[in-house]
Design a protein around this ligand. Structure first.
Ligand code: ATP
Ligand code: ZN
Length: 495
């Protein structure tokens, strides 16, 4: 409103100045500059962001899924959920409950906001962004009121832009949607979260404006379970740090508009930037361009990138960037798990990676087994041997093992306990609770040690496999089960 009044007043002033014979050129100049600044501020969300009164038409600065590098499976899942929403007619005829909210989880800077924007373009929705922190206020009721306003803004702005959909994006949702009565004793949080739940529950498929909620967090463990109930955020899409191929794609995206020298090898940069997020890579490309400019070079060269990698690493507070030696250790550890997994169940390794994901530095994914409800002794022993194999591999190949195995040991111990309780140990059928501590302890260790010996033998016979596969892993960060089995097969054929 203020904007309209000031434009009107200025026009009236200019017209009267012209009538009175003044030179209006400098005045027009000032006006244009002011308008330009306002526009830039608005685009950047500096003006009007708090009031959610500047919904960003997705059509205006369009972000599409092709602007997001890597994240293949996250994009796939997200798009599937969006198709579900777009085709609500046919879905409703089947009686399927419509989807209301999608939660994006993952570390900072991995492209969650980009994905939400791309989701808005994909569904041709108005994009309205807010952050969880905007709802926390000293005064009771203000947060809840803001939540109401946010949804109202969405309902109002879609028709104005002739759109049927509005996408509300709430970043850092854990601040507003933390567990009730746990994050704080403050009443305000509860009211705000309750209001959000009320708004979500009120969303209907046949509303004039279909509202879709997308929220992002890197602390999904902090969210109130009420938010995750069916009919609320019932789709969770994991957005992880990119692997090497992903990093290459992201680098390509962020160097699209930059002049690169002939010597620049993006795939080499991708390999060197293990642990970088999309945001780090964006900043890397930018820093390299700045270095080139400082040297008055018209193109960006490889050494500009190399220097920037260090800069982003030092300044960028990379959460997890293991050293070369650590990466090798992670590789050996994971190969250990995978090798024994293949021993006990051929074809069981699905992929092996050493890219940090969630809490794990590397991981081995197994192909699922048929559902089993009863376990035999052999089966449990095999499980224990796979769990121990990470640490045993570190010891056998590197001479010692690291703290990275604590979790594996705990699982192995639990499995051994299951065996003991089920009468599968040397003690036969026992009453677990009446067993003396020392005997319990010795029997459990006995079970573990027996498997450890078996694993040690298998691993020391496969040193060559470790060498070959760790080379592949350090180069590519991942290997598929198929490739893995091929290498094992080649070595078995030699022996
Ligand atoms: N997968 C990606 N492809 C291309 N660029 C990316 C990608 N991920 C991040 N970026 C770059 O990093 C910037 C920040 O990403 P974005 O804000 O989407 O991350 P986020 O996951 O929402 O982070 P936060 O949790 O810190 O809000 C983007 O504007 C983009 O330049
Ligand atoms: Zn392990």
């Amino acid at each position: 409103m203020l904007k309209e009044i000031s434009i009107g007043l200025s026009l009236a002033l200019i017209v009267s100045m012209i009538i009175m014979g003044y030179d209006v050129t400098p005045f027009l100049f000032v006006l244009a500059a002011g308008g330009g600044l306002y526009y830039v501020a608005r685009m950047r969300g500096m003006v009007g962001a708090k009031n959610f009164d500047s919904p960003v038409g997705a059509g205006r600065y369009e972000i599409s899924f092709s602007d997001i590098g890597g994240q293949f499976s996250a994009i796939h899942e997200l798009r599937e959920a969006l198709d579900f929403i777009k085709n609500h007619q046919s879905i409703r005829s089947l009686g399927i409950r419509p989807l209301k909210g999608i939660l994006l989880t993952g570390p900072p800077g991995t492209g969650k906001t980009l994905m939400a924007k791309a989701a808005a373009s994909y569904t041709d929705a108005v994009f309205i962004a807010a952050s969880g922190s905007e709802f926390i206020e000293m005064y009771a009721g203000v947060g809840a009121q803001r939540v109401r306003k946010l949804f109202q803004t969405a309902r109002d702005s879609a028709p104005r832009q002739k759109k049927n959909y509005a996408l509300i994006f709430i970043d850092e949702i854990e601040i507003l949607g933390g567990k009730r009565g746990q994050t704080t004793s403050h009443l305000e949080y509860d009211q705000t979260l309750n209001q959000l739940l009320v708004e979500i529950d009120g969303l209907k498929v046949d509303d004039n404006v279909r509202i879709l909620l997308v929220a992002a967090t890197n602390r999904s463990d902090m969210l109130d379970p009420a938010l995750m109930r069916p009919g609320r955020f019932d789709r969770i899409v994991k957005v992880d740090l990119p692997d090497k191929d992903g990093r290459l794609e992201i680098l390509k995206i962020h160097t699209r508009n930059k002049p690169l020298a002939e010597d620049v090898k993006l795939n080499v940069i991708a390999r060197e930037t293990f642990g970088f997020s999309g945001a780090h890579l964006e900043s890397l490309a930018n820093e390299a361009a700045i270095l080139a400019m400082r040297e008055k070079s018209s193109v960006i060269k490889q050494h500009h990138f190399n220097e920037s990698i260090d800069k982003v690493m030092m300044g960028g507070k990379l959460d997890k960037r293991p050293s070369e030696a650590e990466m090798k250790r992670i590789a050996i550890h994971e190969i250990g798990h995978a090798l024994i997994s293949e021993h006990v169940r051929a074809g069981s390794v699905s992929t092996l990676t050493i890219t940090p994901r969630g809490d794990a530095l590397g991981y081995m994914r197994q192909t699922p087994e048929d559902d089993t409800y009863l376990y035999t002794k052999d089966y449990l022993e095999n499980q224990i041997s796979v769990m121990l194999a990470g640490a045993v591999a570190e010891e056998t190949i590197l001479g010692n093992h690291s703290t990275g195995s604590a979790n594996d040991f705990e699982q192995a111990m639990r499995t051994a306990e299951t065996m003991l309780r089920s009468g599968m140990s040397d003690l036969g059928v026992i009453s677990f609770d009446n067993l003396p501590q020392e005997l319990k302890h010795n029997t459990l260790t006995g079970i573990i040690q027996e498997q450890e010996q078996r694993v040690k033998k298998q691993i020391s016979e496969a040193r060559q496999v470790f060498k070959k596969i760790s080379e592949i892993l350090l180069e590519n960060e991942k290997i598929t089960g198929e490739q893995f089995r091929k290498v094992i097969g080649e070595y078995n054929a030699l022996n």
